[in-house]
Design a binder for this molecule. Structure first.
Ligand code: 5AD
Ligand code: SF4
Length: 442
């Protein structure tokens, strides 16, 4: 019987995709996917450290494995991802959880196979964290084992140069490194040849794609080149930084039918003073001007965002400006966060940290507003026909589900096998973020 693996993933899409790469490595070493942790011969934690609660989750779940490891000493436990890449984190982990066998970082995921071999027959743990990577090699190969059909994630770049004052990402992911366009296009073409229907291009800041190689290539051009494939598919991307979200990109969205008319444009805050302290390099007015420009070129475009409350020194008036901006920009939905101080970042050292009570009060008011906007948009769907890409079946509900180009989930009944197909749904019901409809022609 083959040995089995279990991967536990925290954090963003980038990590979800990197877990597919980890799965690819483990399969090449003869492992197959296990159903439970008890069942596994290796458990890999792919961690996140963007907020404290993401770290606490990982710590809690790694700690909980002590018993399992005691009962089954041959079990390998590996911890990788953003958490381990922070200064001093590997030592802390080793001390806290001496039963962890392998610790690796964000820059050497592709070495996991070798680290497993090194651990074999050795009592001590194997720790390998690579610092300050500037080359794309290693990261560039596609050895993913994908389980997300009909959707696929494709990295276009790694790292971030922006150093927003609250954010740990530039410290744990390093400087921006762009993949060559021909590599990306050949990966996308391969996926389309296999029948994938939706491609999401991933980067911390896709707008600066190519800047690290002197602008030899750029993001709008990459989109245009990918869209030369004429069959029906959807192209998405994330994340755009508003500071360099430009007209050429908007034109590329308008010109190409395959590119979803949905832009995720994290604003973070509505107060210019807070935006300056965050080092975001735009004002609220500049942000709204970009939104206007987008709506001019792509009138049916929807906008989503990331918004944070409780940044150091944020006053009630600053927060009110955030609420005003949420209304003015008309976000279809937004990810909302409570500011969490991250050691090593500028904001963590700032005076005027906000109390938990105030943060809690503000996040509740923000979530209420965002949800009201989402509900209003959802209710406008009732009676309309939308096109969704069917991606799965919810066995509990007995319904198939998929998303429209704006990412809104639609549920429906079907007696065929619609997974991987574009389906037209007439919407009968809307509840919050999801819709229920009838497949036309069934
Ligand atoms: N605290 C809270 N939220 C954060 N984000 C990034 N860093 C922090 C932090 N220290 C949020 C931002 C970003 C999203 C991915 O996570 O809104 O856009
Ligand atoms: Fe973090 Fe800012 Fe880079 Fe986004 S752009 S990853 S928020 S530093």
């Amino acid at each position: 019987m083959n040995k089995r693996y279990c991967i536990v993933t925290y954090g963003c899409q980038m990590n979800v995709h990197e877990s597919e790469k980890i799965a690819g490595i483990l399969r090449s070493k003869g492992y197959e996917e296990g159903k439970t942790q008890e069942d596994a011969d290796i458990i890999v934690f792919n961690t996140c450290c963007i907020r404290e609660n993401a770290e606490n989750h990982a710590y809690g779940n790694i700690g909980a494995l002590k018993k399992l490891k005691k009962a089954k000493p041959s079990l390998l436990i590996a911890v990788g991802g953003c958490m381990t890449q922070q200064t001093g984190a590997a030592e802390k982990l080793k001390k806290k959880f001496p039963f962890v066998d392998i610790i690796f970082g964000t820059h050497n995921l592709e070495d996991l196979g070798r680290l497993i071999d090194e651990k074999a027959g050795r009592k001590k743990s194997v720790v390998e964290i690579v610092e300050g990577k500037t080359e794309i090699e290693g990261e560039d190969a596609d050895f993913s084992f994908r389980t997300s059909y009909p959707n696929a994630w494709v990295n276009i770049m790694y790292g971030c140069n922006n150093f927003c004052s609250y954010c740990i990402v530039p410290y744990v992911r390093g400087r921006e490194r762009s993949r060559r366009p021909e590599k990306i296009i050949s990966e996308v073409n391969g996926l389309l040849d296999q029948g994938y229907k939706e491609i999401t291009l991933l980067g911390q800041n896709v707008n600066s794609y190519g800047n690290d190689v002197g602008g030899a290539f750029n993001f709008p051009q990459l989109l245009r080149d990918i869209c030369k494939r004429k069959e029906k598919f959807r192209l998405r991307f994330m994340t755009s930084n508003p500071k360099d979200f430009g007209e050429d990109l908007v034109r590329a969205i308008a010109e190409n039918e395959q590119i979803c008319n949905l832009v995720h444009l994290p604003v973070q805050a509505g107060s210019d003073r807070i935006l300056r302290l965050m080092n975001r390099k735009y004002t609220a007015a500049e942000y709204l001007k970009k939104v206007e420009m987008l709506k001019k070129h792509v009138p049916d475009c929807q906008l989503t965002s990331d918004i944070m409350v409780g940044f150091p020194t944020e006053t009630e008036e600053d927060f009110q400006q955030t609420l005003r901006l949420v209304k003015e920009a008309g976000f279809a939905t937004a990810f909302t966060f409570v500011y969490s101080p991250r050691s090593g970042t500028k904001a963590a050292e700032m005076e005027g940290q906000i109390s938990d009570d105030v943060k809690k009060d503000r996040i509740m008011r923000l979530v209420e507003l965002v949800n009201a906007q989402t509900r209003e948009l959802s209710s406008a769907y009732v009676g309309k026909t939308i096109e969704i890409l069917c991606e799965d079946k919810d066995e509990k509900k007995g319904l198939y589900l998929g998303r429209d180009e704006y990412g809104r989930m639609g549920y429906f009944e079907s007696c065929g096998d619609p997974i991987g197909k574009f389906v037209k749904l007439k919407i009968a019901e809307a509840s919050g973020v999801s819709l229920r409809g009838k497949a036309c022609g069934e």
